[in-house]
Design a binder for this molecule. Structure first.
Ligand SMILES: [Zn+2]
Length: 466
């Protein structure tokens, strides 16, 4: 029976965040839990023996601490060495894991795995759409498959595709040829929501490419613009059957060219503007509720989650029936919990994690509700969820512990970029405030030093052909 080794290590690392990702930030699935994953079941059901290691994942934040990465890698490599004779390896990766003083975590991990298993067995990996793929990674892997949706709704499907292609390759004993082409540009994910143009028609090219006989699978990586690294660009990655490198390269060039050609067409899917201006628009809106993305402090992309700017503006403008969801502040959370529901407290909100774009905001608040992990406070006529975790309020479920119905507010501010389906549906109107923070959408304002120049839009006057 063929034996396949499965495991993973995932992180989206934001170079501009001072919130370094340490070992305690990782949730780790044990090898026996990994055996229960859908891809393990799929492999077993198709006649493979599955040997597993951990899958470690941490939410998007700053670079990964070197010793944290090395500790997790060591656990994976130890299990791999114990696994002995193998016919293939599947890895569940993100693609934008950047390790401090080391660089691409995915590249280092895959190279170390190759040192143990050699080049005679295939390695397949699945990735997030926002992976920044170093060209060398495509040499080390036999199969690469990325999500095709943003917001991501095809993660499980993508993992299954990666293992089913691996299974085929093992059984048929064939090799692949891979090509990667990287257009020199930075494309924040907010500009590439696959429900809308031009992203949706670019993504439609992938099934077309896949249908060609020489092609195994195609992927378009948008990349993570907030990872400051020489390989941070979108990537067109084409896996073709053995001896079809020329065909893979041709398709990769065409796909990359298309992404580049549309560079001036990528737009946010909702109206965006300076924070003050967006608050004014929200206050004047007849349709309610208005949902505002505090996009520079987007915790799903590594934002600190504690820049109080939007709250500050709303208070200055005397806004009422507003919910700010949420603000990450352990100190203020504890103070409110200790004071208890109904109490009045003086708080200094924010500015503790993001000290670059954030600042302390002094407020007098009334504690409305408390739970184990978060509290709801009222400052003047604005309600604020103060959380002990850097939690994104993505779906209605996230509001459930405090029994909040966001529908009852005129304005809801979320620390997100693009909206996920629940909140998208809830919003009568949605705006994006171009707030400063670790996930600043005005990327020209960020202190890049490692990306390869010239790069669009930091540099505008240059031509590129693949
Ligand atoms: Zn992503």
């Amino acid at each position: 029976m063929y034996r396949v080794f499965v495991g993973g290590l995932k992180h989206e690392s934001n170079s501009f965040s001072s919130l370094i990702t340490s070992i305690k930030d990782f949730a780790i699935l044990s090898p026996s839990e990994v055996l229960e994953k859908e891809y393990s079941t799929y492999l077993r059901n198709t006649g493979f023996e599955v040997v597993s290691t951990i899958v470690a994942y941490a939410p998007p934040a700053g670079l990964v601490e070197k010793h944290a990465y090395l500790e997790l890698k060591e656990r994976i490599l130890q299990d791999l060495e114990k696994a002995k004779k193998l016919d293939g390896v599947y890895l569940d990766l993100h693609g934008a894991m950047e390790v401090k003083d080391l660089g691409s975590g995915e590249l280092d991990l895959v190279k170390s795995i190759r040192e143990i298993v050699g080049y005679d067995i295939p390695i397949s990996a699945s990735f997030d759409l926002h992976g920044n793929i170093p060209a060398e990674l495509v040499e080390e892997l036999d199969i690469l498959v990325a999500y095709r949706t943003a917001p991501h709704v095809d993660a499980e499907e993508t993992r299954l595709k990666a293992v089913s292609l691996l299974a085929k390759q093992i059984k048929k004993k064939v090799n692949t040829s891979r090509a990667i082409v990287k257009p020199p540009m930075l494309l924040p994910g907010e500009y590439f929501v696959t429900l809308f143009e031009p992203a949706s028609s670019i993504m439609k090219l992938l099934p077309e490419i896949d249908s060609k006989p020489e092609i195994v699978v195609s992927s378009l990586f948008v990349g993570c613009a907030w990872t400051d690294a020489p390989y941070s660009t979108p990537s067109a990655v084409i896996v073709a059957s053995e001896n079809n490198y020329e065909k893979a390269l041709l398709e990769a060039k065409r796909l990359a060219q298309e992404v580049w050609r549309k560079r001036k067409k990528y737009r946010l899917d909702v109206e965006a503007g300076e924070p003050e201006e967006i608050v004014d628009k929200a206050l004047q809106s007849i349709k309610k509720p208005v949902v505002i993305s505090d996009s520079g402090d987007n915790v799903t992309a590594g934002g600190g989650g504690d820049v109080p700017l939007m709250l500050d503006i709303l208070l200055r403008k005397n806004a009422s029936k507003v919910l700010v969801a949420g603000l990450f502040d352990i100190e203020s959370f504890k103070k409110c919990r200790e004071a208890g529901e109904g109490s009045k407290v003086e708080l200094v909100l924010g500015g503790k994690i993001d000290k670059i774009y954030g600042y302390p905001l002094e407020v007098e608040a009334k504690v409305m509700k408390t739970t184990e992990e978060e509290v709801l406070i009222r400052v003047k006529k604005v309600d604020v969820i103060v959380s002990s975790k850097r939690k994104p309020y993505i779906s209605l479920e996230d509001y459930a512990p405090l029994k909040i119905d966001p529908k009852n507010y005129n304005i809801v501010v979320v620390k997100l970029g693009y909206l996920f389906s629940d909140i998208r549906k809830l919003a009568a109107v949605a705006y994006m405030a171009l707030t400063p923070g670790f996930t600043y959408l005005k990327i020209e304002e960020l202190p890049y030093s490692k990306v390869k120049r010239p790069i669009y839009p930091l540099d505008k006057d240059f031509e590129w052909t693949p």
